[in-house]
Design a binder for this molecule. Structure first.
Ligand code: PGA
Length: 253
């Protein structure tokens, strides 16, 4: 990763965790973070929505940030069960993940919908983590770069800057499978993403925008990924449910 980009270590708890876990997990990370002098990384945790307020309280004053896993594209209204970006901001969130492959699959989210969600998040003053990534079938068909470029073109929010948007490359076949992308595979896609961002937003924004890797990142493989020139942190699922593992990944950054 380039020195000019501060790595972001983001934990995606997905649909895991109960109220009783907040103190150990969010509180445990907050304690370690608070003891770290001038940390070289930014740390974010994204718990399930009902735990957001508890997590905000648990990390208060530590520097650990809290984010949500999704938001609705509308500011408010008749959308039972959905959560608006202004409410997330109001709850103390700094970030929201949009376009995770599990939402693209489970809820049939399209690039257009993801873009609208990302724009709602930016309008509410949240930072966006925009996820893209190819399936194994697409990779085997030689479509990896095309798929990632198409998703990025289709879902990058209008108004995106390096300060308000982070891209997460998450090959679908690597998520939760224990099968991590190789450094060469990872760097190839990250470089293509950066090239496209530069062409869309200019060289300066493209240089500064952070691109995270996600998909079976663990303490054992974090270093080989973090040292790649275009990897600026990780979006971590399974390993973010352990303070020791998540912290070890952050230290690799
Ligand atoms: P994983 O999930 O680390 O469990 O593979 C990553 C993600 O889906 O964000």
């Amino acid at each position: 990763m380039a020195a000019k980009r501060k790595p972001l270590i983001a934990g995606n708890w997905k649909m895991n965790g109960l109220k009783k876990d907040v103190r150990a997990l969010a509180g445990g990370l907050a304690k370690r973070m608070a003891m770290t002098k001038r940390p070289a990384f930014e740390m974010l945790i994204c718990p399930p929505a009902p735990l957001l307020g508890f997590c905000v309280d648990a990390v208060k004053g530590s520097g650990v940030k809290i984010g949500a896993q999704d938001c609705h594209a509308a500011e408010h209204g008749a959308h039972t069960g959905d959560i608006s970006a202004p409410l997330l901001k109001n709850m103390g969130c700094g970030y929201v993940i949009v376009g995770h492959s599990e939402r693209r699959t489970d809820h049939s989210e399209t690039d257009k919908e993801v873009k609208a969600k990302a724009e709602a998040a930016l309008a509410a003053g949240l930072k966006v983590i925009l996820c893209i990534g190819e399936t194994l079938k697409e990779r085997k068909a030689g479509q990896t770069l095309n798929v990632n470029r198409r998703q990025l073109r289709g879902s990058l929010p209008t108004g995106a800057t390096a300060a308000n948007t982070v891209i997460a490359y998450e090959p679908v076949w690597a998520i939760g499978t224990g099968q991590v992308a190789t450094p060469a595979q990872t760097q190839q896609v990250h470089a293509a993403i950066r090239k496209l961002i530069k062409s869309k937003l200019g060289a300066n924004e493209g240089d500064k925008m952070r691109i995270l890797y996600g998909g079976s990142m663990k303490p054992g493989n974090a270093t080989e990924l973090m040292i790649l020139p275009d990897v600026d942190g990780g979006l971590i699922g399974g390993a973010s449910l352990s303070v020791a593992d998540f912290w070890a990944i952050a230290e690799a950054a």
